[in-house]
Design a protein around this ligand. Structure first.
Ligand code: ATP
Ligand code: BTN
Length: 272
């Protein structure tokens, strides 16, 4: 039997239980791929697939998401917006705000956002990734279909990662219970979806910036091609674009194929 029991989860969702239809699997390739297939067969908004194990968990840009059953929570949520995809820019950041609201409610400390799609745990001057968000949009007759994939480490992953990773347990005094965590996130997402549908990401921008790990800090943007761009991170625009202050003014950076990294003040002054 899967680690998530939908009946137990529904009891934690309370009045929101009717908004989500949760299917818990032992294993699948990727909860986002599985939900995409179900969406193509007409699955309704609010469908959720959660799996203990993924054989092909995906991150952004074809990267892998690595997780083990007892260490993590991996799930995807199907939602539909009447707005066109162009009005949903910033959704990945909005989901990040929802994740932090949920983690705060569960009692987590020192969790922050990293543009565009990560949740990090800060420890002194270091930080480690505890969650990632993968958003996949598709236009359909009814507007825009969105599959939101979330991978959250409950424990520090045992797999080797190219960058530091941590578990939610390190942010909380006692280990989180997975049904509580999933229910808190789904409740927070229901709220976020309403806000985004009504007002767009701009309504959440200040909240996002207040939890941005490198707000007003020196950072660099690394693209797959070309030189890294250094500057001071001035937060995000109404559509979720990152604002980078450089010698030639404020640059708007779109999340496509770039990575954000912190750098020292002297590196920022010398432009690399
Ligand atoms: P950036 O967005 O700056 O490029 P990133 O390294 O977080 O940063 P993403 O594409 O957002 O890249 O996320 C995928 C990456 O997440 C993988 O390449 C891997 O380094 C990392 N990763 C995979 N599984 C986990 C996990 N369980 N916990 C933390 N990090 C993970
Ligand atoms: C990232 O950091 O790049 C995003 C990682 C998203 C991982 C989750 S795990 C559940 C869902 N299924 C997937 O294959 N990916 C997302």
């Amino acid at each position: 039997m899967a680690l998530i029991d939908p009946l137990l989860l529904n009891s934690r969702l309370g009045s929101l239980a009717g908004r989500f239809d949760v299917d818990a699997l032992d294993t699948c390739d990727s909860t986002s791929s599985e939900l995409l297939r179900r969406a193509e067969r007409g699955a309704p908004a609010g469908s959720v697939v959660v799996a203990d194990r993924q054989s092909a968990g995906r991150g952004r840009r074809g990267r892998q998401w690595l997780s083990a059953a007892h260490e993590s929570l991996t799930f995807s949520v199907l939602w539909r917006f009447t707005a066109p995809a162009s009005r949903l820019a910033g959704l990945s950041l909005a989901v990040g705000v929802g994740l932090l609201r949920a983690l705060d409610k569960l009692g987590a400390r020192d969790v922050f956002l990293k543009w565009p799609n990560d949740v990090l745990l800060r420890s002194g001057n270091d930080s480690a990734k505890i969650a990632g968000v993968l958003i996949e949009l598709a236009a359909d007759r009814r507007g825009t279909q969105v599959i939101i994939g979330i991978g959250l480490n409950l424990q520090r992953p045992t797999a080797d990662m190219p960058q530091a990773a941590a578990g939610l347990c390190a942010a909380m005094p006692s280990p989180p219970e997975r049904h509580d965590v999933l229910a808190a996130i789904l409740c927070a997402l229901a709220d976020i979806f309403e806000t985004v549908a009504a007002d767009g990401f701009i309504a959440l921008k200040n909240e996002w910036q207040s939890r941005h790990l490198w707000q007003d800090q020196p950072v660099q943007i690394i693209a797959e091609e070309g030189e890294p761009q250094a500057g001071i991170c001035r937060g995000v625009d109404h559509d979720g674009a990152l604002l980078l202050e450089t010698g030639s003014g404020i640059q708007r950076i779109f999340s496509g194929d770039v990575s954000l990294r912190p750098i020292s003040n002297s590196q920022a002054m010398h432009g690399s």
